[in-house]
Write a protein that binds this ligand. Structure first.
Ligand SMILES: [Ca+2]
Ligand SMILES: [Ca+2]
Ligand SMILES: [Ca+2]
Ligand SMILES: [Ca+2]
Length: 459
């Protein structure tokens, strides 16, 4: 026996009793409840190397995690699962170095007790490879957080609320877009336009981060289309390599395109393969009110927009979600990116939830064209709000939202006795599909008045 082994045995013989007695004391103290106080439960939140968890709250009904991306590249997070709670399938961008808050609800934790559970985080790296990180969270459960519901009509903020739709607007300053596409050749990863809102004489810079696993990139162009024509600019490699690098171009703006424009970035490699990403502020995306949607043109989203009761396919074109924009797709449905791309701006979101609109009289024509996002109706108000799949059109609104019989104004003539002969000239009249009783849309003769509009047997 070597000297070290002998010393270990001597140590155990000499101090073994002391260790054993100490152990019994610890068991006794914990049995008496001395360790059943909050401060003796270590707070733990670990995910995996490169994903930090600097803060968290465990509530009776929900768990909130702060997750930091230290992977050195942007990640698209597609889901967070915490054991015993409902999964959060919101898809969002977690930029390199950024800390984001992720909340899961539907938990049933016991207040003031210890909670320990598994955390799963699904994300996609810039290569397009999907990954699931598995970690753990432990702490003492606090009481449920009270969710303050916003009053109907003044909806905003977090849970139970929603964001108001706006038109397709151009944000100001530097705008960065994270591009999510299937790894094709060449593959766009990021596009930056600085500034986005330009005036004549301004210097504008556009840069793209692009990768190609197969062949070196030989040319990248940015074609800026405005109502005064198309200008094409050549970008040059300024960082990295021609298979993984950043290309940029700067120019003085000759015509202003601060309101509506489209920029088509095209990359070509030495094999002649071409791919492009198109950012547009000209054409709002217009999925149907309900049902599956396949992207059919390059388009942009500035407010709340999305797909109700159907799947989403991004093929052939680019859907740009601008700063403040939220693209919504339903729980249980999917987004498939086949040959197209999603360009997601800083401050834009892809959210798995539902779209709500106000329709008080339930005639399928909304009170206004505002769309809201939320797992429940805005402010919990189901008197006014319905899921958008109940709406027949979201681009026009109800002229009378208290009566289901009327939803539009038609140019009607008075015809009190309903004999087809009119009185006076046509005027805008609240109507359904046709002019209401006592009115006529197309009179027998628009040139003459009824000689007696109280008697349908005369004239
Ligand atoms: Ca209505
Ligand atoms: Ca109506
Ligand atoms: Ca008449
Ligand atoms: Ca008459």
């Amino acid at each position: 026996m070597d000297k070290r082994g002998q010393s270990a045995i001597e140590f155990l013989v000499t101090y073994g009793w002391a260790i054993l007695i100490g152990g019994i004391a610890v068991v006794a103290i914990s049995y008496l409840g001395a360790f059943r106080t909050e401060k003796f439960i270590p707070e733990i939140c670990v995910i995996e190397p490169g994903i930090g968890c600097p803060g968290f709250n465990i509530h009776q009904d929900s768990v909130k995690l702060q997750l930091t991306n230290s992977k050195g590249e942007n990640l698209v997070v597609s889901g967070i699962q915490v054991q015993g709670c409902n999964p959060n399938n919101e898809m969002r961008l977690l930029k390199s170095g950024e800390t984001g808050e992720f909340v899961v609800d539907g938990c049933n934790n016991e207040v003031k007790e210890r909670y320990k559970g598994e955390v799963k985080m699904s994300y996609t790296k810039e290569t397009g490879l999907a990954h699931t990180a598995v970690g753990e969270v432990q702490g003492i459960v606090a009481e449920a957080v009270e969710i303050v519901e916003a009053p109907p009509g003044v909806v905003g903020g977090e849970e139970g609320g929603g964001e108001e739709v706006t038109g397709l607007t151009v944000a100001s300053g530097k705008q960065r877009y994270f591009v999510r596409s299937n790894p094709n050749s060449p593959q766009f990863l990021e596009v930056t336009i600085d500034p986005l809102d330009v005036h004549v004489g301004d210097n504008q810079t556009m840069s793209v981060w692009i990768r190609d696993q197969e062949a070196p990139i030989t040319q990248i162009t940015a074609a800026v289309e405005t109502d005064t024509g198309i200008r094409t600019y050549l970008l040059t490699l300024i960082d990295g390599t021609n298979q993984d690098g950043t290309w940029t171009g700067s120019w003085i703006v000759r015509d202003t395109h601060s309101r509506e424009y489209t920029t088509n970035f095209t990359a070509k490699n030495s094999l002649g393969e071409i791919s492009s990403t198109v950012l547009t502020w000209s054409d709002p995306c217009a999925p149907p009110t309900y049902g599956a949607w396949t992207l059919d043109d390059n388009c942009g989203i500035s407010g709340v927009q999305g797909v109700e009761n159907g799947s989403t396919t991004i093929a052939g074109y680019t859907m740009s979600v601008h700063a403040g924009g939220i693209f919504v797709w339903n729980h249980g449905q999917s987004i498939q990116v086949t040959t197209g791309a999603i360009a997601l701006a800083d401050g834009a979101q892809l959210r798995q939830s539902y779209i709500w609109m106000s329709d008080y009289d339930r005639d399928g024509v909304p009170t206004n064209t505002t769309m809201f996002v939320g797992d429940t109706a805005p402010g919990g108000d189901t008197t006014y709000f319905v899921r958008r799949y109940n709406i027949t059109t979201y681009s026009s609104y109800d002229v009378n939202d208290t009566y289901a019989g009327y939803y539009q104004n038609l140019s009607c003539y008075i015809d009190a006795d309903m004999d087809g002969y009119k009185t006076g000239s046509a005027a805008n009249t609240q109507s359904g599909g046709d002019c209401p009783p006592g009115y006529v849309l197309a009179p027998t003769d628009a040139a003459i008045n009824d000689c007696n509009d109280n008697n349908n047997a005369v004239c």
